[in-house]
Design a protein around this ligand. Structure first.
Ligand SMILES: [Zn+2]
Length: 274
């Protein structure tokens, strides 16, 4: 009887100590979450080198994207102390799409922002090059007919030497084939959309830009990022008015300032939510 009581006491003690260990771990976990800091952002200037991207009457997407990316870098360094900004390229250099997300993953970035220009198909309609405005892309489910921007941005891979090896399973006729590979998609989808919507508000409300909003498409450069990721189509380079804006100091500065304002809002939101 006494022996049994001892046994019960021992089991109870064991259960209690296990419980305390678990509760202790949980509270440490909470403390870690509470201390979450937005530390690292990757700014990706689209295209580069032998991949010019879209072109306007006198300018190339790769150069506009790099100019805006550099302005964003400088603004973050000057106005967001404690945030480390990493550029995927700072010169006119070709970088495979997959390498861009690798850079973000290796640096454990909290956000991946890819900067691009849009381009409407030319010659299909008399007003086609009058298309204008910004557009934000996040990686996600999509209908094939809404894949236009993704297919154009994904075409960079065909310039890569080993694209068939690097993008195994990707097929232009079936862009949904890649979706299943991305385990991070659901996890980071909400935060990607949150940053996209925040940035969309800045473009529309502060800069008076027209916007096509936040769209989910199978964009390869976002597919392998283990963090929230947004691709910004900053405007239509083949629209004469927007080409001028995209190439002007004032236009580039306005775009960069909107991106950084959105970053600050987003940072506050994710840091307080954790
Ligand atoms: Zn592009």
């Amino acid at each position: 009887m006494i022996k049994d009581l001892k046994g019960i006491k021992a089991v109870t003690a064991l259960i209690l100590s296990l419980l305390f260990t678990l509760i202790g771990r949980a509270s440490i976990g909470q403390q870690l979450n509470a201390a979450f800091k937005f530390r690292t952002i990757v700014i990706d200037a689209g295209h580069g080198g032998k991949d010019p991207g879209a072109h306007g009457a006198y300018s190339l997407e790769k150069n506009v994207a790099l100019a805006i990316a550099k302005k964003v870098e400088l603004l973050i360094q000057n106005s967001m102390p404690g945030v480390n900004v990493i550029m995927t390229r700072t010169t006119d250099k070709f970088i495979p799409l997959k390498r861009r997300s690798e850079i973000a993953n290796e640096n454990q970035a909290n956000l991946f922002v890819s900067i691009h220009c849009n381009s409407s198909p030319e010659g299909t309609a008399s007003h086609s090059n009058k298309e204008r405005g910004v557009m934000l892309l996040v990686y996600g489910f999509h209908r094939k007919e809404e894949q236009m921007e993704a297919l154009r941005e994904n075409s960079s891979i065909y310039i890569e030497k080993d694209y068939q090896k690097n993008y195994d399973g990707y097929s232009e006729s079936d862009p949904t084939s890649l979706i299943v590979l991305n385990t991070f998609m659901q996890k980071y989808r909400k935060q990607s959309i949150l940053f996209g919507e925040t940035l969309n508000d800045e473009f529309v409300n502060s800069d008076g830009r027209k916007s096509r909003g936040v769209k989910e498409q199978g964009v390869l450069v976002l597919a392998h990022s283990a963090m929230p990721a947004v691709l910004i189509e900053t405007g239509y380079i083949n629209n004469p008015t927007e080409e001028k804006y995209l190439n002007s100091e004032a236009g580039q500065e306005a775009i960069a300032a909107s991106i950084v304002r959105a970053l600050k809002i987003y940072r506050r939101q994710v840091e307080s939510r954790q």
